[in-house]
Design a protein around this ligand. Structure first.
Ligand SMILES: [Zn+2]
Length: 402
């Protein structure tokens, strides 16, 4: 045990270990040892787990922290149909609702931490009217909660790249403020010029060294064609491992053979996917995607905002939705739902080493009174203790990071 040892979790049950308990030692920000018994050295904080289940830190790989109304009075949803309509409604309401708001975003992030979320990729809206105010607000919140959660910002042109005056400059300003990923939106359905949209997004990514994360809601054959177009572009631009596609619902709508071909194409091009299974979005073939070697992470997307009144920010709740909508039933299938809601998201955020509750992994985990992973997803009990990068950031479901 080195002098860097600082936290010892005593008597936790690892997933798939039945009733057997283990001690977990954290040195610096990583797990250094897992064993039946580890002696506590002087100066090391000992936290008794009392047989609680320890699960990997949850990661919300797709959310919109700048848009949330958490902490505000109930907002009655104004109906719209389709993405363009919802963008229009959102823009007509956002100023009156005080968005973006450091206060709202902070309230949501505190709630996420208390629920065991240790990392998030958030798509922050940028357009000619709101400018980079959202990026500034989220950056302020990320700084406030530094040490308790890792927040990665996507500079997201929600209103498109092609029709918004000065959007390139605004996206570059967002990157200077700390955004590390360039977003995009339905190259065909929203922009009506998929080649030009991808030209702009990939050029900006090349110039700045950023990754790419595209919202792709376009359905059916159109969306499937765009998935292939993005695969081709990613190869040509040598961007394997740096391109993520969110939603990709077309993949759930094409025939079996076509679906298999596109998934193989994504795997070969080194493109990852993020699913949210929002409202009536068709669930992706999660097992098939993961078995093909495509990194599949998960997110909440809207959490109580003008797009949806639902959502708590709890990724265990989202794992429940993945399981329910994706027909995941067995213990191993439920473990897959958790993997999508936790470790795969951490990999998307850039972790290249071991993940999960494992030696060498970041010490991101939480304790919960549950029999196993499936039981935790089914009942979603209070998170008893949350650890991020070796820091205890929440106890008994109460945020302690402020
Ligand atoms: Zn989104």
């Amino acid at each position: 045990m080195s002098s860097d040892a600082r936290l010892l979790i005593r008597g936790a049950r690892l997933p798939n270990s039945g009733d057997r308990t283990s001690d977990i030692l954290i040195e610096g920000s990583r797990i250094s040892q897992i064993s039946d018994h580890i002696d506590a050295q002087p100066g090391v904080q000992v936290e008794p787990a009392r047989g609680a289940l320890v699960l990997p830190g949850l990661v919300d790989a797709h959310c919109h922290l700048d848009k949330t109304l958490v902490g505000q009075p109930w907002h009655s949803h104004v109906s719209g149909s389709g993405v363009a309509d919802r963008v229009r409604i959102d823009h007509s309401l956002r100023r009156g609702l005080g968005m973006p708001s450091v206060q709202n975003t902070s309230a949501l992030v505190a709630q996420m931490i208390a629920n065991g979320t240790t990392g998030a990729r958030t798509h922050t809206e940028i357009d000619s009217e709101v400018g980079i105010a959202g990026v500034e607000a989220v950056a302020e919140v990320a700084k406030k909660f530094e040490g308790a959660i890792t927040i990665q910002q996507v500079a997201f042109p929600q209103s498109g790249m092609l029709r918004e005056p000065g959007i390139d400059r605004l996206l570059r300003d967002a990157i200077e403020l700390g955004a590390t990923v360039i977003g995009g939106l339905d190259p065909a359905g929203a922009e009506n010029d998929p080649v030009e949209h991808l030209d702009r997004v990939f050029a900006l990514a090349h110039d700045t060294g950023c990754g790419i994360d595209l919202h792709l809601h376009d359905a059916g054959e159109l969306g499937a064609w765009e998935l292939e177009l993005i695969c081709e572009r990613t190869r040509v631009e040598s961007m394997a491992g740096k391109v993520n596609i969110s939603h990709a619902i077309a993949l759930a709508q094409v025939g079996d053979a076509r679906q298999g071909k596109i998934i193989d194409n994504l795997a070969d091009a080194g493109i990852s996917l993020t699913t949210c299974v929002v409202h009536n979005n068709p669930p992706l073939p999660m097992k098939r995607i993961v078995e093909a070697g495509v990194l599949l992470s998960g997110g909440n997307d809207s959490i109580r905002n003008t797009w949806s009144s639902l959502g708590t920010g709890d990724m265990l709740e989202r794992a429940w939705i993945f399981a329910m909508r994706g027909d995941l039933r067995t213990d191993s299938e439920l473990a897959l739902a958790l993997e999508i809601a936790s470790n795969n998201g951490l990999r998307l955020l850039g972790e290249e080493g071991p993940v999960g509750v494992a030696v060498g992994a970041m010490a991101n985990f939480f304790l919960v009174d549950a029999v196993n992973t499936g039981d935790a997803i089914a009942r979603r009990p209070d998170r008893k203790l949350v650890v991020h990068a070796g820091n205890i950031v929440s106890t008994t479901g109460v945020d302690t990071s402020l």
